[in-house]
Design a protein around this ligand. Structure first.
Ligand code: NAD
Length: 436
């Protein structure tokens, strides 16, 4: 099939590349000239495990193209994906300006029946709005379908190629057939394509992300309670996770959720609920708890340094909002660095993939280090913000000689308490005993 993908960010580039991988001819469109030029010249613009190889192969085999020209991009496309940003507006609702602008632009450009597929996360009713905006200028038949994306950054290629499920919202039989054919290679192992109406598909995405954010937040509250009650969250986690109704995943406490999706999607669902005259109380609590959870270790660091961080050097391991990505949107590390700087601390950071992105925010206000040990050198404390695998088993002997103080503030519970005790560290983590 001939496919166009409008918006070539994390979702658009993965979507375009993976559809090319199954033999389709894909043109990705973006308004960012630098991004398009880079991609055209064979350079990948995001870090996502496994993507570069697929990108290079499909580029070489001429199944994957890039352009800034919408008309050229959608020429002869049977399916047009919208993978555009839906950032939070001032009132917390999803800002649809990018989606509606492209809908306006698409109308006059359509030449034959096309299926326009919304892959962005959008509020209920958006498919109808997009349909109306396109219809205002279109001279041919078209369908607007909702196909929310569930990929996780860090494992996006795997998620896209072997999705747990594909959700498609459409009431058009013609569009349903096209989408079924497109996704057939991705569900060969028997995972379902779940068809539903557009509104239900749109709400499914918000329900999934809000549920997951709530699950994490619930566990963070249990962890906070463990600290007050002298219980160990690891034990509690295992104790409840083995119940198949609860499940083992998404039960790890930490310094809050971040990223480009959970914070904005929880906020947007809370706002849509309010607009529908429904007070979604749990979501408001989730947002409140997450906001305080993010910087909860700052109080512990201050306590350790007798209330003053002035002139203290803190090494920060991990900047990305989670491992295996360079995405730093809403990453807890950023807020913590901000707090450390405002308390007068000197901050040295290390992250395997996200340093370039963080340079655009903090510039020379913090020190960027080649590796975790360089960051730890002469630091008065170590703060862990992201659970990159390489932080899990550091050379503690080396680390101990580099740090001025053997103090670790671990927002991701990477280390064993007994080991920290034996190594003589002061060790603060989440929901577990403080080792002093
Ligand atoms: P992104 O910011 O990485 O990419 C969006 C791209 O759209 C950018 O490259 C931007 O330049 C481009 N763009 C903006 N206006 C354009 C226009 N008029 N024409 C062409 N291109 C234009 O965003 P993302 O992370 O890929 O997210 C896209 C959507 O997918 C959002 O709604 C998001 O909520 C949703 N989503 C994201 C993820 C994720 O993990 N990132 C997962 C599932 C769903």
């Amino acid at each position: 099939m001939k496919i166009a993908v409008i918006g070539t960010g994390y979702v658009g580039l993965v979507t375009g590349t993976c559809f090319a991988e199954t033999g389709n001819t894909v043109t990705c469109v973006d308004i960012d000239i630098n991004k398009v030029e880079k991609l055209k010249s064979g350079k990948i613009t995001i870090y996502e495990p496994g993507l570069e190889q697929l990108f290079e192969r499909n580029l070489k085999q001429q199944r994957l193209f890039f352009t800034t020209d919408l008309a050229e991009g959608i020429k002869d496309a049977q399916i047009i994906f919208l993978a555009l940003p839906t950032p939070p507006g001032e009132d917390g609702s999803a800002d649809l300006k990018y989606i509606l602008k492209v809908a306006d632009d698409l109308g006059p450009l359509l030449r034959s029946f096309s299926v326009i597929v919304d892959k962005s996360t959008v509020p209920v009713g958006t498919a109808e709005r997009v349909r109306d905006r396109i219809a205002a200028n279109a001279k041919v038949e078209f369908s607007v379908v909702s196909n929310p994306e569930f990929l996780r950054e860090g494992v996006a290629v795997e998620d896209f190629m072997k999705p747990d499920r594909v959700v498609i919202g459409t009431t058009s039989e013609k569009a349903k057939k096209v989408m079924e054919q497109l996704y057939a290679p991705f569900v060969r192992q028997g995972n379902p394509i779940i068809f539903m109406d557009e509104r239900s598909a749109e709400l499914t995405k918000y329900a999934a992300n809000s549920f997951l954010a709530t699950k994490i937040t619930f566990m963070n509250e249990i962890a906070n309670l463990c600290e007050l009650m002298g219980a160990d969250v690891d034990a509690v986690r295992k104790g409840i996770g083995t119940d198949s109704r609860i499940g083992k995943r998404f039960l790890f406490p930490g310094i809050g959720y971040g990223g480009s999706c959970f914070p904005k999607d929880v906020q947007a669902l809370a706002k849509s609920s309010k607009d529908a005259a429904y007070d979604f109380k749990i979501l408001n609590a989730v947002m409140d708890v997450n906001a305080s959870q993010k910087t909860k270790l700052i109080a512990a660091i201050k306590h350790y340094f007798k209330n003053s961080l002035e002139g203290k050097t803190v090494a920060v391991w991990g900047l990305a909002f989670k491992p295996h990505t360079d995405d730093i949107r809403e990453a807890p590390a950023l807020e913590n660095i901000e707090s450390l700087l405002s308390e007068g601390a000197i901050v040295k950071v290390s992250d395997p993939e996200a340093m370039e992105n963080v340079k655009t925010i903090f510039g020379s206000k913090i020190q960027f280090c080649e590796n975790p040990y360089e960051a730890a050198k002469d630091a008065d404390a170590l703060f862990i913000a992201t659970e990159w695998p390489e932080f899990r088993t550091p050379d503690f002997e080396k680390l101990s000689t580099l740090l001025n103080n053997k103090a670790i503030f671990d927002g991701r519970n990477l280390y064993d308490l007994q080991q920290m005790r034996e190594l003589g560290y002061t060790y603060y983590s989440i929901g577990r005993e403080v080792i002093n």
